[in-house]
Design a protein around this ligand. Structure first.
Ligand SMILES: [Zn+2]
Length: 380
């Protein structure tokens, strides 16, 4: 998500009036696996955010709350998926809105056997030696690639502006996750983006390249023009964050092994009640009244709605049914597929550390605050 932040009481707005959870119990709980791994969730503290970005171009693109610590993420997940055991791949706000060093320090501290942190970084942001040290010492499973723009104001940014050989060669060597939000109005359907993703995949086969939001192809037409480009790239995965269109995912399942599809929400955004739809040639978030104004967000109290996270879950189920996935393949999308990617990191080394620490009652979050060195100038 490329977002702008305003202060509001999200809990007031998302407090369930019974409609969402009744729907969940009827339509989702009976088949959803008991263990869920959300491969794309954000956490941040108010103090990570910079001021003075409010009116930047693109800043109306995605508006969310000003404070979203790990406890809130876990509480929201418990509310939205009652009775399930939830874990998440999480990271801070990967845009100029937040100080990446503060965001990374916090994500590392929050790391536990339920929260698997990614390090926000981008091309030449952190020298390779320092990057490796931080990954090893602070328990990161890879990177969330920094978005050096506000909202949808990506101009002519290319994938190679976002991540370069320094970061990718380390990811290749350590089998790190590289969670990439592809730039540009054409999204993954843009041949230039497709070429760049292929270069990363083939040039760094050890890296696990995860395309956020299914390459931002929220609409079937976009996915139709995208999927062929990644079909043979075995180390390219697709996360389902904010993807709510079953046809998009049906196209994915029909073309790539479902093991490359990773359930993801984009919390806290997917904690809104409503659904992402498309109108003409762009997505639109239809939500209940009360959320702050944001681009492509239409509010109404004339509808009933559940949490967007539920709509993502249902889109996956509907797509799996249409594509003829087995029950086991469907279940794996919600947990096992993502866990396999996490276990691959450093040949299991990073997950082994998490398990050992958690067995000893020493999750990162409870023990130490490693490496809070300042790697970025305070440039506000
Ligand atoms: Zn996001």
């Amino acid at each position: 998500m490329g977002l702008r932040v305003v202060t509001y009481w999200v809990n007031e707005l998302t407090r369930d009036d019974g409609i969402g959870l009744t729907f969940y119990r009827r339509e989702i709980a009976p088949w959803l696996p008991g263990e869920i791994l959300d491969f794309h969730a954000h956490i941040w503290l108010n103090e990570h955010l910079r001021e003075s970005v409010g009116d930047a171009a693109g800043s109306r693109y995605m508006v969310a709350q000003s404070h979203y610590p790990a406890e809130n993420l876990l509480a929201d997940a418990q509310q939205v998926f009652p009775g399930s055991s939830y874990s998440a791949v999480c990271f801070g706000t990967p845009t100029p809105l937040a100080d990446p060093d503060k965001a990374n320090g916090y994500a590392a501290k929050a790391g536990s056997n339920r929260l698997f942190p990614l390090l926000i970084t981008g091309r030449d942001m952190i020298p390779r030696l320092e990057l490796e040290k931080r990954v090893r010492e602070e328990g990161f499973f890879g990177y969330k690639v920094f978005l050096n723009w506000h909202g949808d104001d990506y101009g002519n940014v290319t994938v190679s502006d976002m991540i370069g050989p320094e970061e990718m060669s380390l990811a290749d060597e350590l089998k790190l996750i590289v969670l990439l939000h592809v730039p540009g109005a054409g999204r993954l359907a843009d041949p230039e983006v497709q070429r760049a993703v292929r270069e990363l995949s083939e040039g760094y086969p050890g890296a696990a390249i995860v395309l956020a939001h299914c390459g931002r192809a929220y609409m079937p037409d976009e996915m139709s023009r995208s999927i062929e480009a990644v079909r043979d790239l075995e180390n390219v995965y697709l996360d389902t964050a904010m993807v709510m269109d079953p046809t998009v995912l049906q196209i994915v399942f029909a073309n790539v092994d479902s093991r490359r599809v990773l359930f993801a929400t984009d919390f806290p955004i997917a904690n809104m009640r409503g659904r992402r739809v498309y109108v003409m040639d762009h997505w639109v978030d239809v939500v209940l009244n009360g959320y702050p104004e944001s681009a492509f967000r239409v509010a109404s109290n004339g509808i009933r709605a559940t949490f967007m996270a539920h709509e993502i879950v249902l889109a996956i189920k509907r797509a799996a049914d249409m594509a003829g996935l087995s029950r086991a393949q469907l279940s794996a999308v919600f947990h096992e597929n993502g866990m396999s990617v996490l276990r691959r990191v450093m040949d299991g080394g990073q997950m082994g550390r998490v398990v050992a620490r958690s067995a000893a009652g020493n999750d990162f979050g409870h023990t130490r605050c490693p490496g809070r060195r300042r790697l970025f100038p305070r440039d506000r």
